[in-house]
Design a protein around this ligand. Sequence first.
Ligand code: ADP
Ligand code: ASP
Ligand code: MG
Length: 400
Amino acid sequence: MALIVQKFGGSSVANAERVMNVARIITDTYKEGNSVVVVVSAQGDTTDDLIEKANEINPKASKREMDMLLTSGEQISIALLAMAIESLGYPVISLLGWQAGFSTNSSYGSARIHKVNPERLQSEIDKKKIVIVAGFQGLNKYDDLTTLGRGGSDTSAVAIAAALHADRCQIFTDVSGVYTADPRKVANTQKLSDITYDEMLEFATLGAQVLNNRSVEMAKKYNVELEVLSSLVREPGTIVREVATMEKMLIRGVTKDTDIARISVVGMKDIPGNAFKMFSRLAQKGINIDVILQSVGRDGTKDISFTCAASHAEEAVEILSDIFSMEGAVVASDTTVAKVSIVGAGMQSHSGTASKMFGALYEAGINISMISTSEITISVLIDKELADKAVSAVHAAFFG
Ligand code: ADP
Ligand code: ASP
Ligand code: MG
């Protein structure tokens, strides 16, 4: 008998038929003699719909009230799923995040989990109940509801698996695993049988939304092996773990991020400390920056540009204008760019990976405006309108 954590995303519970389908997957696992704790997301597009509702009333609503609103989506799905399991005749109980022991910091909208106190979960498991937990939410020190950021239910599932020392953590979704690129958008993608934490973390951070990047970070930290699989087709999925077996692969996949902006500071003074001033102020405000490009100095001035999340662009421009306008620099943001990346530990031991990627883009007639690399990634900045074409061209070059 094992303790298994299963997570079901929004599309897996989008309507009554899908809820019943998920109830059967859960009860089949329970019938085999396992203890089962389930994490579930809001149904279908519920979270997006709630955000739209809020925007109709107050587009500048406080983050606290947004979290109060958004947590309601998951409350609906836990109750419905528990009712479905009751109808099949199994013992079940639904719990909100705080009832399941989730305490977080107070960053409404992107809260970090401090701790999961497993007492209540364990006592329900001991009573042989199937436990259904609302994903994406917790409680801060003021007893206010918080949410973990979009896609945060994956992280809820991993946190529970870690707190309970579960034997398995399964992330059920609407595709059969992690593929070499988004199987809904790119032709001839291949399912990966496994992938390392480090590769998956980069893949998720660079745009492969099949897993939330914080969930992968946490899985690595607590050594929780993840299986990503379909709730609609019963077949083996992809295992995310420390060491992967498909070592011969040059790269694991191709992904894109269209939700970014390029910020440029043109004509700043070419003196020591300016880059430090720039990036430390951004860091203080919690703005993560990515691809950085600095020009060669001329006439005592230089230009620096970098990318950040589109949602941070306005604030970044304000901060940098405050610092650099006085010295005559011009700060601007450009949201017509996208980042296309390849990920894979195999590139460390193979030369020619970058040239293969750049060659594919050249043949597709796509211009590269910035490049950045790490040990296991290569990213390029290109015109946003060409992002899908670029992903397909690069994917075809590596995977045929
Ligand atoms: P859930 O609601 O189950 O959390 P998500 O929509 O967050 O599901 O994630 C699943 C989606 O991720 C898939 O439908 C797929 O379109 C997308 N996706 C993007 N990149 C990949 C990839 N490399 N492999 C698999 N799916 C991917
Ligand atoms: N319902 C939340 C969202 O849409 C959390 C999740 O789906 O993981 O982002
Ligand atoms: Mg998701």
